[in-house]
Design a protein around this ligand. Structure first.
Ligand SMILES: [Zn+2]
Ligand SMILES: [Zn+2]
Length: 337
């Protein structure tokens, strides 16, 4: 017979061993949360109109969880900003840079998120080369690249983007008033480009960003104001590595004003629930290979049952005042990678 103390000790040890075994075999699923953030913003360290402190304060006060400061060819220090505004699981500033290059007269801008040093524009003999060399330089600086506003200055074609290797993130919405997100005059909009890249076998995730420059003219819609485009990332904690690796796994949705209640994608189905604004109405659209509209649902939650031959399935929520949310593609064709 064991004494009471021995029984408690044995029970404690069994519990401890179980916990250790669960951790060792990865059985413990971390709690996932949604974190709202913007990965493209300017300050007076380049052509923004406000100090890093003012810029960070705007996002903090507007209930974002994270912000990447991305001045043109300048790496703003974030330690002091995090000391002042950062808070565990509430707010984080991540360092970054908009590597600002060009080919002939075409502006070629690539963000480097969380680079460990300033990356100089690399130049190159073609649009593709400039993009690739800068993506490579950002990776060498341990950063996460995203190619910015391809239709700004009508600089970057689908073919250029398709050739680039080592990038997983593409701006499908940029809040700058000259980003030409919707295309025109025979040039495709960013959603068409996104579908063309996926259809062509390139796995790429669509992000929405502010590219905010102007914080001091809140009433002027012709300037590049904050609060227009963002991402909401699902991960276990608010740290630069956790947020950025979740972004590169496509664990997020992009938004210009629609908030999701939940989203899940399995091999059988995609399910989306919207945090609906009572005065708005919604359409939830599911797209597959070639940008083909597979299904449209008019109520939330919306479910799409996967057939298996769609290539990929992604969802878009259209709100009645012109706000959108885009989920990332659920890839079904192994050739998309
Ligand atoms: Zn830019
Ligand atoms: Zn920018």
């Amino acid at each position: 017979m064991k004494t009471a103390k021995e029984r408690i000790t044995a029970a404690f040890l069994a519990c401890l061993m179980g916990t250790l075994a669960a951790v060792a075999t990865g059985q413990q699923t971390p709690t996932l949360r949604w974190y709202k953030g913007n990965t493209h913003t300017h300050t007076i360290n380049s052509d923004g109109d406000s100090t890093p402190d003012e810029v960070v304060r705007w996002y903090r006060e507007n209930r974002y969880h994270f912000l990447v400061l991305t001045d043109h060819n300048f790496l703003t220090s974030v330690e002091g900003l995090n000391a002042l505004h950062g808070a565990d699981e509430k707010f984080l500033v991540i360092k970054g840079e908009e590597v600002t290059d060009s080919f002939q007269s075409k502006p070629l801008h690539i963000n480097g998120l969380n680079v460990n040093r300033l990356v100089q524009p690399q130049g190159g003999p073609s649009v593709f080369d400039v993009l690739q060399r800068n993506v490579n330089a950002i990776r060498e600086a341990m950063g996460i690249p995203h190619i910015n506003h391809p239709n700004f200055g009508w600089a970057v074609t689908t073919k250029d983007l398709h050739q680039v290797r080592g990038d997983r993130l593409l701006e499908i919405y940029n809040g700058h008033p000259q980003a030409n997100n919707l295309g025109g005059g025979g040039t495709p909009g960013m959603e068409e480009v996104w579908d063309a890249l996926l259809t062509g076998g390139k796995l790429i995730y669509g992000i929405a960003v502010d590219d905010a420059h102007t914080f001091k003219q809140p009433g002027n819609s012709a300037v590049s104001r904050p609060g227009r485009g963002w991402v909401v990332v699902r991960t276990d904690r608010l740290s630069a590595s956790s947020i950025l690796s979740a972004l590169e796994r496509g664990e997020f949705y992009a938004s210009t004003g629609v908030e999701l209640e939940d989203y899940s994608a399995t091999n059988e189905s995609l399910t989306i629930s919207i945090k609906a604004v009572p005065t708005s109405k919604y359409r939830i659209q599911f797209f597959g290979r070639g940008g083909r509209l597979l299904k449209e649902v008019l109520s939330t939650p919306a479910v799409y049952a996967i057939r298996g031959d769609e290539g990929y399935v992604r969802a878009k929520v259209v709100e009645s005042n012109g706000h959108y949310a885009w989920t990332q593609p659920k890839v079904l064709d192994p050739a998309i990678r």
